[in-house]
Design a protein around this ligand. Sequence first.
Ligand SMILES: NC(=O)c1ccc[n+]([C@@H]2O[C@H](COP(=O)([O-])OP(=O)(O)OC[C@H]3O[C@@H](n4cnc5c(N)ncnc54)[C@H](O)[C@@H]3O)[C@@H](O)[C@H]2O)c1
Length: 434
Amino acid sequence: MTPAAQLLERIRTTEARIGIIGLGYVGLPLAVEFAKAGFDVTGFDVDESKNTAINAGTSYIPDVPAAELSEVVHAGRLRATSDMSKLGDMDVVDICVPTPLRKTKDPDLSYVVKAVEAAAKVLKRGQLVILESTTYPGTTDEVVQPMLEAGGLKAGEDFLLAFSPERVDPGNAQYTTKQIPKVVGGHGAASTEVAAALYGRVVSSVVPVSSTRVAEMVKLLENTFRAVNIGLVNEIALMSRKMDIDVWEVIDAAKTKPFGFMPFYPGPGLGGHCIPIDPFYLSWKARQSGFECRFIELAGQVNGSMPEHVLQLVSDALNSVKKPINGSRIHLFGIAYKRDVNDMRESPALDVLELLIRRGAVVTYTDPWVPKLADGHHTLRSIDTDTAIADGFDCAVITTDHTAFDYARLGALPLIVDTRNALKGASGPNIHRL
Ligand SMILES: NC(=O)c1ccc[n+]([C@@H]2O[C@H](COP(=O)([O-])OP(=O)(O)OC[C@H]3O[C@@H](n4cnc5c(N)ncnc54)[C@H](O)[C@@H]3O)[C@@H](O)[C@H]2O)c1
C-alpha cells in the first residue's frame, strides 16, 4: 500500500490523527469540525492562553459555540498544546497561522516559516501537510516544499502536500466552516485526492483544482474581487456626494437587477485580516514577474482614503453647529472591523479614532464586542450607550453597525455621522450620512 492509500484508509475509518497549527479564527472552528466528525485532533498554538482556554473547554471565538467545544474536549477528541514535537504523532498537519503584511506592504511569511520549521523537524513518511493560511501563488511549492524536503523525504511520494484556502466569514451564521465549499490543490494527484478526502469528511463540498498555485490564486482572486468592488463603490459614494445623489438609494435600486450586478457597500474603509491585506500578497508576487496590478493599487488608494473622508464628514457635521473638531467630544459607535464580531484587526474605526485624536478631539467609544481597546497607541474602554449619552458628547459616529445598537435612539441624537447607512430611512439635519 502506498503512503497515500494508507492515509486515505485512515481518513475513511476516522483513525487519522489531525494536528492544526494556529488556533485562531480559522484554526479553532476547523479543529472543532474535525473533532465533531470523530477525529482525534490536537491543536498547536504558541499562545498558551488559547491552549489553556481550549483544554478547559472555553471558546474565545464567537463562531465556536462553547458547548460544542466543551463537548469534544471532554470527550477527549480535542486538546491543545504548544509542544510542537507532538506534530510527529500526527497523520495530518494543517497550518492556519497568520499571514500579515510588513510595514512596507510586503508579505510577512515569518509565522508560516516557523510553523513549517516545526513540522519539518518531525516530518514522517505518509504524513499530509496542508497550508491554509492565505498567501501568494507559489508559497507552497517555493517556500513550504523545500523546507519539508530538506530532511530527504519527497513531496507527493514520501509525504503529501496541499494548499487549501480558508474562506470562513466570521460572524456569518448562514455560511459556517461546514457549509462553505473547500478548494483543494495538491502537489500531485495523490496529495489532492487525500486532502480532498479529508475535507470531504467535514465540509459539504470539496472543489479539487490542478495545483497548489491555482488554489492559492483562487483565494486571492476572491478577496481582490471584494477589495476592488468595495473600492469602486467607495468611489461612487464620494462622487455621488459631490453630485448630491444618495448612493445608498442607488445601490438598493441597482441590486434589484436579477443578473449581472452584485451589491457592495461604501463604508469607513476596509478592515479585518483579509480584504485589506490579501490583494497586496498578489500584487507583490505579480511585481516579481514584472506585472503591475493597477486595479489593486487603485482600490487600495480609494479604500485607504475613506477614514479621511469620515473625518471630513465629522468636520462638516460639527461645522453645521459651529464647532471645530479640536476640543470636541466625539463618541464612536463600533470599533470592530465589521458587524457582530470581536475582531478589530485593521479596523477602519481605529484609523478614524487616530485621525480625530490627532485633530484634538476627545474620543470615547461604545462596542459591546470590544470591551477594551489597546492598539499600541491608545488605551480606551468601551462605555455603555446609556453612560455615553448621559456623559454627553458633541458628535457621534456610527463606525460599525452592530445589531446590538439601538438605532432609533442613535438617530435621535443631536448630531450623528452614519458611515454604514445603519440609520436607513431616518433623516434630519442631525444625521450626516456617508
Ligand atoms: N480571520 C478570517 O476571517 C480569515 C478568513 C480566511 C482566511 N484567513 C487566513 O487564515 C490565516 C489565519 O488567520 P486567523 O484569522 O485565524 O489568525 P489568528 O491570528 O486568529 O490565529 C492565528 C493563530 O496562530 C497562532 N500562531 C502564530 N504563529 C504560530 C506558530 N509558529 N505555531 C503555532 N501557532 C502559531 C497565533 O497564536 C494565533 O492563535 C491567515 O492567513 C488569514 O489570512 C483568515
